[in-house]
Design a protein around this ligand. Sequence first.
Ligand code: OAD
Length: 239
Amino acid sequence: MKIFKNIVILTGAGISAESGLSTFRSENGLWNNHRVEDVATIEAFKRNPAYVHDFYNDLKKEILQAKPNAAHLAITQFQKEYPAEIAVITQNVDLLHEKAGNSNVYHIHGQIDQAVCLNCGQTVGASGDIDTETVCPNCGVIGMMKPNIVFFGENLLCMDKVDELLRRCDLFLSVGTSGVVFPAAAFVQTAKYHGAATYEFNMEPTSNNFYFDHHIMGPAGTTLPAFVEEMIRSLKSGD
Ligand code: OAD
């Protein structure tokens, strides 16, 4: 197998499914029980911040208890044993990549253990509840803290770095994402346009199917460790 030098792994909710966290669009998924318009748009937050805070405070409790699974751990092994720069671009607001020991993780949709002040713009740690009375530890203003989750209608985070990574990667892996939310859904096109080999790991074909050179079907907790083992084995054996 070719030896790759710059690898990007894009992850979505499916990589955390085997850790017990719901995906968004599955039956009984997060969006099944809540309307996106009520909990995941900046308009919803401005209209009814208390409702949105309750949703993310509950989600935070669930997420903070979750443990990484074999797919997250396989990325750690990959980063340790394969001699490439390997970056993780995640749409997930959970912290399972970090808990598994992954490095170079970019949270483009934010992370659940942070809040951002809409008055001063400061991002702060927030592992406990936040609500409409929370005081910004930076500017002292009350009631302007928002979960550091990128809502529909807001810009993604770390995009300059992400763009650079996509342009220079020679291997692009997409793991557990339905590929319906842009711009992340278009990352594969950018990587492919710049010459990367592209692999999709999912339980089923996605609407983004067309852009991937290879499809590896099945649970990521099984397929990703097998892929990583094979990459490391082929490196050692020179196949
Ligand atoms: P989705 O719920 O849209 O898609 C999850 C994908 O994971 C589906 O394609 C499943 O088939 C797949 N899947 C489920 N279990 C899996 C497993 N064990 N192994 C491999 N694949 C599995 O979640 P995302 O694509 O992450 O944004 O959704 C993208 C964004 O939509 C989210 O980041 C969220 C939401 O709006 C924000 O919260 C800002």
